[in-house]
Ligand binder design. Structure first.
Ligand code: ADP
Ligand code: MG
Length: 687
């Protein structure tokens, strides 16, 4: 079934090309190309029974036919079937057509009933001339599907080919009967038959609205296939060799002893899970989820030390330069007593420094590399890479992760992988989207944190907000962020907005030391500004959303987010997580532009009233859909054709079960399913 379309009789390369434009390359692709909607041409409706808005098939004889001048010239025919009459109206018509549509002509018409001036009308109906013998004009015996198509392929091509596939090809159901029964799934051919050629009695509304068992069966199969592809990836990892990082954990003990705080129970639990994984001889693939501020960094540092103690190198990757700088500072400070050489690798290093860094990694002299995706690049070679830590992973796609994993493979080993994310993802969704990973959750914040007091305020009250900043910075000796948001991705515009805002704030608050940070600054400049802010030499930091992830300045207790209505909930939650990192009360002001839509209002209210990242993620999922919530991961790996993670969420827990059964009992079916549904899945095997 993964045969190219040209294998079907009647499909020329030209037609195959037209199908290719719709993304239909194989027989399978065509079979799973589902109708958008259906038309009922199975029965002829008596005119006396039709109603406005119905799309119907009718038959009758033309009683009268004339061209009316009116506002727009039109050909108007009165059609009668004995039970009633209806008007057929044509604004465009050829003389030949006019000739055809004379009084006395018998027609079968299909169209939507509308209300005209003087009764019911069909405007430009599809029609054919008939003689009343049913032998010559048989009715359709199933509903007529309308397929998504383009201007070049008309519907009849679909009908013919799909009919051909359904009747002559062997459609294999890769979900075994036993599993079909257990999860109440229709057999594949039944589902396809129903969708492509539904009987007139079918519940049409359900069939079109995706709640029909036939559609659900296909959605199930598609999600199952995606799940299996990730699951396979994970199973492969168990057969790979990784260095067993088995040691007494002395470095970690030493670091813990010198910290000004104790790990929370949740941090300890996750650290223990990681330690166990690292001792194994196959690569760890663990996702650590933890809300903003839950203290993921120290867990990462402890894990790094376990690898280093065994003589292996560690790569820590962050999604932004800013964050990588901060990790550089934090790790340098924590690891200082151990005399460990750390290199920093980002896109903005000078050639000389970069060469030096590369040499230190290749020789093994540097035990720890911290950087951005610059760590992925080909020239980066490690002597003994044992552990890869990826922070805030929602920004990275699965393929990037695989690329980094292969960095260690030259030594015959695959490095362990630790992935940390602050974007909490609802459980079943996480299990589907991250089926290749084991998950740990840091479900507790360090003690003494108070929730950030959040206010939603219109931009018209800006002055008050500015006064609030003055008070916090001058009277209370605290620091503040002002975040400028723009919808445009353009860094130039973002930069301009931040600059303008900083200027205005400077006018309004001349006594404050105001700094600015944005994506166009050189790494060095950003680093300097952040160091100043951290050191308390800047009171108010005006920033673009570059500070979204990870930045940690405990004395900053006030954040203003301008045009908050433009940002996603998860992003707002992340931003807000920059304050409330110390023990003192902190505040977040969501400034919005009037007028505000109802949806926007309820979204901002969600942020104001909720501090639990998981609850916010669930809301975000409802409002924006999983594509946004999962970020690159979803767009990169799950190109769903029929299923919808949002709509079909309730299938996920069954899918997780079914996947386990298939994987253990029908391994060869798994490969077929993956091949059928996951185009990218094919090269998972090679990495
Ligand atoms: P995130 O999980 O958002 O990355 P961080 O690792 O940046 O959070 O930690 C946030 C802050 O909390 C840091 O200043 C960190 O030093 C501090 N921290 C981490 N763990 C604890 C703890 N167990 N007790 C007190 N403070 C902690
Ligand atoms: Mg972090």
């Amino acid at each position: 079934m993964s045969l190219p379309l040209t294998q079907l009789p009647g499909v020329s390369t030209r037609i195959a090309e037209l199908f290719a434009r719709l993304g239909i390359l194989t027989v399978d692709d065509l079979l799973f190309h589902l109708p958008l909607r259906y038309e009922d041409r199975t029965q002829i409706k008596p005119l006396a029974t039709v109603k406005v808005g119905q799309t119907v098939l009718i038959e009758g004889t033309i009683q009268a036919s004339e061209v009316k001048q009116g506002k727009r010239r039109s050909l108007v025919c009165t059609l009668s079937d004995g039970s009633s009459t209806i008007i057929l109206r044509f604004f465009h018509f050829y003389p030949a057509q006019q000739h055809q549509l004379q009084a006395g002509a018998k027609l079968r018409c299909f169209g939507e009933i509308r209300q005209g001036y003087s009764g019911l009308e069909l405007v430009h109906p599809q029609y054919e001339r008939i003689n009343y013998s049913p032998v010559h004009n048989p009715l359709a015996d199933h509903l007529t599907p309308i397929y998504p198509s383009n201007a070049h392929l008309n519907q009849s091509v679909f009908y013919t080919l799909i009919e051909q596939i359904l009747t002559t090809q062997d459609i294999v159901d890769y979900i075994p009967i036993q599993i079909q029964h257990q999860f109440k799934l229709l057999p594949l051919t039944t589902a396809l038959q129903l969708l492509h050629q539904p009987p007139p009695t079918v519940a049409l509304a359900a069939l079109q609205s995706s709640t029909h068992p036939a559609r659900r069966r296909l959605a199930f199969e598609e999600l199952l296939a995606h799940h299996l592809s990730l699951y396979t990836l994970r199973a492969q990892a168990y057969h790979r060799q990784a260095p067993s990082l088995n040691n007494r954990g002395q470095l970690g003990q030493q670091l813990l002893a010198q910290l000004p705080f104790q790990l929370t129970a949740a941090q300890q639990k996750v650290y223990a899970e990681i330690t166990t994984d690292l001792r194994a001889t196959h690569p760890m693939q663990r996702l650590v989820q933890g809300d903003v501020g839950s203290g993921k960094t120290i867990v990462a540092a402890l894990s790094a030390l376990q690898a280093i103690e065994s003589g292996y190198q560690v790569a820590v990757m962050a999604p932004t330069e800013l964050l990588s700088e901060q990790h550089m500072r934090t790790f340098s400070q924590w690891l200082q007593p151990f005399a460990i050489e750390i290199v920093w690798l980002t896109g903005s290093l000078t050639k000389k420094k970069r060469d030096q860094a590369l040499a230190n990694l290749a020789s093994g002299q540097a035990a720890l590399a911290i950087g951005t995706h610059a760590l992925f690049q080909k020239e980066v070679e490690f002597a003994r890479l044992g552990l890869v830590i990826i922070d805030e992973q929602h920004r990275f796609g699965v393929h990037q992760r695989l690329a980094l994993r292969n960095k260690g493979s030259s030594s015959g080993y695959y490095p362990h992988q630790l992935i940390m994310t602050a974007t909490p993802i609802p459980r079943t969704l996480a299990m589907t989207a991250y089926a290749d990973l084991d998950t740990s959750i840091i479900d507790e914040l360090p003690p003494g944190r108070t929730p950030v007091n959040t206010a939603v305020i219109p931009n018209t009250r800006r002055e008050e907000v500015i006064e609030r900043i003055r008070y916090a910075c001058q009277q209370e000796d605290r620091q503040a962020y002002w975040v400028c948001t723009l919808i445009e991705e353009s860094e130039v515009l973002q930069y301009q907005a931040a600059k303008d805002t900083a200027e205005q704030l400077h006018q309004a608050l001349p006594q404050l030391r105001i700094g600015i940070i944005h994506g166009r600054m050189k790494a060095k400049e950003k680093e300097k500004v952040m160091a100043q802010f951290q050191g308390g030499q800047i009171d108010l930091l005006v920033a673009t959303t570059v500070i979204e992830v990870g930045v940690d300045v405990p004395n900053a207790s006030l954040m203003i987010i301008e045009n908050a209505e433009r940002l996603g909930l998860a992003q707002l939650h992340q931003l807000r997580g920059r304050v409330g990192r110390g023990v003192l009360p902190s505040y977040c002001v969501l400034l919005y532009q009037l007028p505000l839509s109802d949806i926007a209002k309820s979204r901002l209210a969600t942020i104001r009233d909720t501090h639990d990242g998981f609850a916010i993620a669930q809301k975000d999922l409802e409002i924006r859909g999983p594509g946004e919530v999962l970020g690159t991961r979803q767009t990169g790996t799950m190109n769903l054709r029929i299923a919808d993670l949002q709509r079909d969420q309730d299938l996920l827990s069954d899918i997780i079960h079914a996947a386990k059964m298939l994987f253990n009992e029908y391994p060869e079916h798994c490969q077929h399913l993956i091949q059928r549904w996951v185009k990218e899945g094919l090269h998972y095997g090679e990495v």
